[in-house]
Design a protein around this ligand. Structure first.
Ligand SMILES: *Cc1c(COP(=O)(O)O)cnc(C)c1O
Length: 395
């Protein structure tokens, strides 16, 4: 079956919820992936910030094989060694004291919302409201959708969860305006990803941390996209010199396999008792092994320095690109290896154009294209991507 026929089969049998490109990706190594017609693409998408180490990273592949030969799913009635080691590792490299594993970003958000409610319920306080932000993205399950600040995703799914209030990013007064005696938590992405790559200002996030502390409410950082080295630090919160009460992780966490996690302080951990929350697949040993292998690599001392260096290089190239096309490029936003380019033309057309030139990127909204290369990207690959991008923008 050729690629076109395969796409037809996909259209026929897969529920049509994605506007996919008519390409069947077949195989990848590092920053490159090939489709069924053996056309090669340079990957500046990383499966939406999932493949932090690119595709088929040897240590991850080996870890998956080794674990799969030993043990697979065991249920959460039992422990597995890789999962315990992973939980410890995540605590060692973060503010957190305890971890709950699940299978996706949205599920991590659900867990964060539930533990916030339980935290106050245990104190016999009626605090259940959550403050989120316009343009945010937290996932597609009903709870996560309710805290997502983009009505286009919510239309037709109402009624959504009550008690969700929205503030404006980088505007502390707008947070104060929706703070009530019933507020339990503020949920925020350090850099809004899907919403168009909008970073929190340092002053704002620091003041938000202070505000939540003064009011005894919880700060939930959604680091599903920004975490695990993407911004040049293990967690984006390190740039802001704050720590949250709760953090959600996913995307890159499973080393390419599906995994989400809820990371919490000791104090928040007390809220959940046996029976309060669960998920069948959470902490699967094979995914845990892949995750451990990934963390081993990215927590090596020079690894994140290199992400920062490549990120600075990419930023410089993007700023140069903007100066060349001031009428088409409005703004460059981001940090590390997470960049948004706001354009005056259709982002989807640019993504399509890049695809035809063998470069995988994505859009984040109608007017922003987003670059999320694997963290192992090299300068020459950045040069090549910029060259392709330049050609597409100039056309
Ligand atoms: C992708 C994403 C989610 C949702 O994760 P899923 O695994 O798709 O459910 C939530 N929050 C942020 C910041 C994300 O980037």
């Amino acid at each position: 079956m050729d690629q076109q026929e395969m796409v037809q089969e996909g259209l026929q049998h897969l529920l049509h919820v994605y506007n996919r490109f008519p390409i069947v990706l077949q195989q990848g190594t590092g920053t490159h992936v090939i489709d069924q017609n053996q056309v090669q693409y340079l990957d500046f998408l990383s499966g939406i910030a999932v493949n932090a180490l690119g595709m088929a990273y040897p240590q991850i592949v080996q870890a998956i094989i080794t674990e799969a030969q030993k043990i697979s799913h065991v249920s959460n009635f039992f422990y597995t060694e890789t999962n315990i080691r992973l939980a410890k590792r995540l605590c060692d490299i973060s503010f957190a004291k305890k971890v709950f594993f699940c299978n996706s970003g949205a599920e991590a958000i659900e867990s964060a919302m539930k533990i916030s409610r339980k935290y106050f319920a245990r104190q016999e306080k009626e605090q259940y409201e959550i403050i989120s932000f316009h343009q945010s993205f937290h996932g597609r399950t009903l709870g996560a959708l309710s805290v997502t600040g983009q009505t286009k995703y919510q239309k037709g799914f109402e009624p959504l969860l009550p008690g969700i209030r929205f503030a404006h990013l980088n505007d502390l007064n707008s947070v104060k305006a929706v703070l009530t005696p019933k507020t339990a938590a503020v949920l925020i992405e350090p850099i809004q990803g899907e919403g168009g790559v909008f970073p929190c200002e340092e002053k704002f996030l620091k003041e938000l941390r202070k505000l939540t502390q003064e009011n005894n409410i919880l700060l939930i950082l959604d680091e599903i996209q920004t975490g695990l080295g993407r911004t040049g630090k293990m967690w984006a919160y390190e740039h802001y010199k704050i720590t949250p009460d709760i953090l959600t992780s996913a995307k890159a966490l499973g080393g390419g396999l599906p995994m989400g996690a809820l990371l919490v302080t000791d104090q928040v951990a007390e809220a959940f008792h046996p029976g309060d929350h669960a998920t069948t697949f959470g902490g699967n040993p094979i995914v845990s092994a892949a995750s451990l292998a990934m963390l081993e690599i990215i927590s090596a001392p020079q690894f994140l320095d290199n992400v920062t260096q490549q990120g600075d290089y990419l930023k410089e190239k993007l700023l140069h690109l903007r100066s060349k096309f001031p009428e088409k490029i409005v703004e460059i936003r981001g940090q590390g290896l997470m960049w948004g380019i706001e354009v005056t033309v259709s982002a989807r057309d640019l993504v399509q154009g890049c695809l035809q030139k063998g470069l995988l990127i994505s859009s984040a909204g109608d007017n922003v294209i987003r670059l999320l290369p694997p963290l192992i990207v090299t300068k020459s690959e950045i040069d090549l991507a910029i060259e392709k991008l330049m050609k597409v923008i100039s056309e």
